[in-house]
Design a protein around this ligand. Structure first.
Ligand SMILES: [Zn+2]
Length: 300
């Protein structure tokens, strides 16, 4: 299905609230926990960051559009005049990668997992239909798909001079191209959407068991500072919290969806919200109902 990853609420207006970059460690800055995350034009509240080395800057994810990427670039320029040589996409989803085009114009190369390009083929049509994602043509003005030109299968290191960034694919999780970005000497880990903190995770394309295995591995990360794909700066306690959530979601959804149809999704979602362990999670565009429809109920 074309839009399996993207069943976002339509008709939302753009917002101008963006987070500036905050210093997290010697080399790492991040724009985290956007306010008013719901509007698609505001990148669904995606977190983005940079690693600044002696020789170059590496960008982690690029937001949802050329416009949002230009705002990000303006914030980067306030921090450093080092060349932006590398963009890393934690995965192909639009809110993480559709800003790539603006960084390519500056001469950056885009790096991602080898499955990125195959998975993103759905966007060939989707990009010309901003309404699919709750956006307007104005939101996507000047935005073009800029896939990675450097891909890897398991792991890759990027040397920025005085700091090295390690990229790792840990199996099929949130998507089958999701990677983590570790700046070990600074103790900082970017998880992309392998970790959602205080959001209901998007499970539409997930391998839940693979995701749980990867989260268990990430519990022993050397990083003390974890930047999730969405939500505030996190710790391993938030990784454990998502493990509990996904385990419980999978267990309960299998029971409640047995013998049911897509028409039952809203009622089952209400039941799930009563049962799920973390009631503080924000119900935004990654709704429980979408996860039930795409993974647990038979397609119409
Ligand atoms: Zn995602």
């Amino acid at each position: 299905m074309l839009l399996s990853a993207c069943l976002f609420a339509p008709g939302l207006v753009s917002a101008e609230e963006t987070a500036g970059l905050t210093k997290l460690s010697e080399h790492v800055y991040a724009a985290v926990d956007f306010k008013n995350a719901s509007p698609a034009g505001n990148s669904f509240g995606v977190n983005t960051g940079i690693v600044v080395g002696n020789d170059a800057v590496l960008v982690v994810d690029t937001r949802i559009s050329a416009k949002k990427a230009r705002e990000f670039i303006a914030d980067i320029k306030k921090i450093t005049d080092k060349p932006i040589k590398y963009v890393v996409n934690t995965h192909y989803h639009l809110d993480h990668s559709w800003g790539n085009c603006e960084f390519v114009k500056l001469g950056a190369v885009v790096i991602g997992h080898e499955n990125w390009i195959k998975l993103a083929s759905r966007y060939k049509e989707g990009m010309s239909h901003p309404e699919y994602y709750g956006m307007t043509a104005e939101d996507l003005n000047g935005t073009t798909l800029s896939p990675p030109t450097i891909t890897f299968k398991d792991a890759m290191l990027v040397d920025l001079g005085d700091v090295t960034v390690s990229l790792s694919y840990l199996g099929h999780t949130h998507t089958n191209d999701s990677i983590v970005v570790l700046v070990e000497q600074d103790g900082v880990l970017f998880t992309g959407d392998i970790l959602f903190t205080r959001y209901h995770p998007s499970m539409n394309e997930a391998d839940v068991q693979g995701w749980l295995k990867t989260l268990a591995k990430l519990e022993s990360t050397p990083a003390k500072i974890i930047v999730p794909g969405h939500g505030p700066v996190s710790t391993t306690a938030d990784i454990k919290d998502l493990e509990v959530y996904l385990t419980e979601f999978d267990k309960q959804a299998k029971v409640l969806c047995a013998g049911k149809t897509q028409d039952d999704a809203p009622a089952i979602a209400q039941e799930m919200l009563k049962i799920l362990p973390d009631q503080k999670r924000t119900e935004l565009i990654w709704g429980v109902e979408n996860n039930l429809r795409s993974k647990y109920l038979p397609k119409k």
